[in-house]
Design a protein around this ligand. Structure first.
Ligand SMILES: Cc1cc2nc3c(=O)[nH]c(=O)nc-3n(C[C@H](O)[C@H](O)[C@H](O)COP(=O)(O)O)c2cc1C
Length: 183
């Protein structure tokens, strides 16, 4: 199983990116192959439908997404929605990259929860014909702390993250099952 994660913050020290890295380590603990694309490091030009030639960073992101069995997308909540850098990356994608793939949405908000950004992200995934995981993850005010190893300080948060990741992995296993092996 191959999981590709995209960190949608353009901020050094972003809590959404810390959380994604933590999720990546949880997955590696399950012997799952993980690629984490951090859009702060891998800059993508602004999407334009007029540009027919794809920038190499864009090509890399699209190849990774296409090759993934499942996707995990993280965003800060900006003005009740997702970040511009993540939206820009998603604008390059179409159903050929995402269709039928399970997607786990993750957000970090300044308020108690980031439901607006998560709802918007799930709507975009639906429009790309992806399959939204039954749980999502929101870290808000009060659960932004991480220890020096990048582990969330809040025990309840760790439990919720693990539960949401388990449900995402169950869905990914169901959707990637080898149909021939069932015959
Ligand atoms: C431009 C901007 C818009 C924001 N809008 C919201 C918002 O609508 N709701 C909210 O709860 N927090 C909002 N915040 C706060 C961020 O969501 C919060 O700081 C979050 O933890 C950032 O995630 P990060 O640590 O991954 O950068 C906003 C912050 C910025 C910079």
């Amino acid at each position: 199983m191959k999981i590709v994660m995209i960190a949608g913050s353009n901020r050094a020290g972003a809590t959404s990116t810390f959380l994604l890295r933590y999720i990546g380590r949880l997955l590696q603990g399950h012997q799952i192959s993980v690629t984490c694309i951090e859009l702060k490091e891998l800059e993508l030009p602004l999407y334009s439908p007029d540009n027919e030639e794809l920038n190499p960073n864009v090509q890399y992101v699209l190849e990774m997404v296409k090759s993934a069995d499942g996707l995990i997308l993280a965003t800060p909540e900006y003005h009740g929605s997702i970040s511009g850098v993540l939206k820009n990356a998603l604008d390059y994608m179409n159903a050929s990259h995402v269709s039928g793939k399970p997607v786990l949405s993750v957000s970090s908000a300044g308020g108690p929860v980031g439901v607006s950004s998560l709802t918007h992200l799930q709507s975009i995934i639906r429009n790309l014909h992806g399959v939204n995981s039954p749980e999502w993850i929101s870290i808000g005010a009060g659960s932004h702390g991480f220890d020096p190893d990048g582990v969330p300080l809040d025990a309840g948060m760790r439990e919720r993250v693990e539960g949401a990741v388990e449900k995402f992995l169950d869905l990914t296993r169901m959707l990637t099952v080898d149909v021939m092996s069932l015959r």
